[in-house]
Design a protein around this ligand. Structure first.
Ligand code: ADP
Ligand code: ASP
Ligand code: MG
Length: 463
């Protein structure tokens, strides 16, 4: 059993759908038990989210956004030149789908409010449409394929926008749903990205979540491997858009790959590897546009310990500092600080130590910075009045850079090379991670210098 996932750029237009169908047919000749997961056509999820916000603020432009999406899908279907019966059925299915999206948008417009649940309902339509198109393309080639909406079996909690799947319930339902299809020789074409609460309310697994859908399915169906097809030659030593010399990493461990994804390597959704760990299911990343390339294998055990494998970047962060000379004498400042942030549901990506010990620094997504600073000022009102804490502030427009590889902490000289590389071009390191995992060294720099910093660090190890 093999699961393959195709990302949005892989199904960008009619030619690409045909190319994906070619790849599927070729692989299926060797792996007859195959399930496919597909993302929305590139850009569609963004457009659906934009449409939701337009409707909520009473901008009648939402209807035009929806019509543009419908036209784009119609053009794609026309260009596919499907047999008439297949084309008619697909057009009807898409018409119904766009009707449903319109009904949701109208409800949002009437309420003047976009709830997280309504947003998930809207954002997930793109996958329903692309799965139907791909299944039709395959059927037109004589492959018995069927589009399957994953909300029928991916059971999640109700954290809309970033829902967590219940692995066991999902496994049970996925098997009940898909094994009979596979037994009959049908190729399921499953929507990525979406799931539903136990009550059936649609959810999404977070942006880029189709990778996660693929490994969930791999887990559920006891796949021997999950192949993720994207638009680059595998997981690379840096984002090739930032570092043109970046190289494909032939092999990575689950932890290394997860660390890269968590610290910004967009090629994988951060939670992609979770379902694979227990069953040691290997994940392979390949390029749809260069299928001869072997890509990257992600496997259980790390190899090449102590080597820097990749440099990653996440922008859009804020560095929060709680500072005061009297802080050392006040018990529990750190615990109260982190409890306050956790109470707001804000994710801390990195805890760091800057020059003195009279402060606590941590990094959070920039959007949360104003409310975090406000909540901390309220929580430490007394300490601030007594001047034990002098200030709490956010430094915006910073980025986290992570240097990833197994066993880095135990390897002498890595940090020195990183800091020399940055020192040589006078890039200021605002802070470094304290006590993070042995799989990475992370540091904070100004966003304006971040890409250059990634290039310099990459050159220091791969130059
Ligand atoms: P898909 O639509 O296939 O899911 P994504 O756009 O989500 O594709 O992810 C692929 C992109 O991830 C690449 O085009 C690349 O620019 C970006 N990327 C960032 N970091 C890395 C990395 N370390 N290795 C490979 N790609 C990366
Ligand atoms: N279509 C979704 C997104 O754009 C999921 C994915 O592409 O993986 O976030
Ligand atoms: Mg992606």
């Amino acid at each position: 059993m093999l699961v393959m996932k195709f990302g949005g750029t892989s199904v960008g237009d009619a030619t690409r759908f045909q190319h994906v169908a070619d790849l599927i047919e070729r692989v299926r000749a060797r792996h007859p038990r195959l399930a496919v997961v597909v993302s929305a056509i590139a850009g569609v999820t963004d457009a659906l989210i934009r449409l939701g916000h337009q409707a909520a603020r009473g901008d009648p432009g939402w209807a035009a956004t929806l019509e543009a999406l419908a036209a784009q899908h119609r053009r794609t279907v026309d260009a596919l030149a499907l047999p008439p019966a297949e084309a008619a059925a697909l057009e009807e299915a898409l018409r119904a789908g766009f009707g449903q999206a319109e009904a949701v948008a109208r409800a949002v417009a009437a309420l003047g409010e976009l709830s997280p649940s309504a947003l998930d309902r809207l954002a997930g339509f793109g996958e329903r449409w692309s799965a139907r198109i791909l299944a039709a393309v395959l059927r037109a080639r004589g492959v018995s394929a069927e589009a399957v909406d994953a909300d029928a079996f991916v059971v999640t909690d109700d954290r809309f926008g970033e829902a967590s799947p219940d692995l066991e319930r999902t496994r049970e339902r996925a098997r009940a749903h898909l094994l009979p299809l596979l037994e009959r020789g049908v190729l399921p074409v499953v929507t990525g990205f979406i799931g539903a609460t136990p009550e059936g309310r649609p959810t999404t697994l977070g942006r880029g979540g189709s990778d996660f859908s693929a490994t969930l399915l791999g887990y559920a169906l006891d796949a021997e491997a999950v192949w993720i097809w994207t638009d680059v030659d595998g997981v690379m030593s840096a984002d090739p858009r930032i570092v043109p010399e970046a190289r494909t990493i032939p092999e990575l461990s689950y932890i290394e790959a997860a660390e890269m994804a968590y610290f910004g390597a967009k090629v994988l959704h951060p939670r992609t590897l979770l379902p694979c760990i227990d069953r040691r299911i290997p994940v392979r990343i390949r390029n749809t546009f260069n299928p001869q390339h072997p890509g990257t294998w992600i496997v259980p055990e790390p190899r090449g310990n102590g080597q820097v494998k990749a440099v990653t970047l996440i922008k859009g962060m804020s560095l929060i500092t709680v500072e005061g000379r009297g802080m050392l004498g006040v018990p529990g400042v750190a615990a109260r600080t982190f409890a306050t942030v956790a109470g707001l549901g804000v994710n801390i990506l990195m805890i760091s130590q800057s020059s003195s010990e009279q402060n606590i620094c941590f990094v959070i997504p920039a959007a949360a910075a104003p409310r975090v600073v406000q909540a901390l000022r309220a929580a430490f009102e007394r300490e601030i009045a007594r001047r034990d804490i002098e200030d709490i502030w956010a430094m915006d427009r910073v980025a986290i850079i992570a240097v990833v590889g197994a066993g880095l902490r135990a390897t002498p000289g890595i940090a020195a090379r990183v800091f020399n590389a940055l020192g040589a071009c006078r890039i200021n390191v605002l802070s470094i991670a304290q006590g993070s995992s042995e799989y990475n060294l992370s540091l904070v720099v100004a966003e304006s210098e971040a890409e250059e910093a990634v290039r310099r660090i990459h050159a220091a190890f791969y130059g």
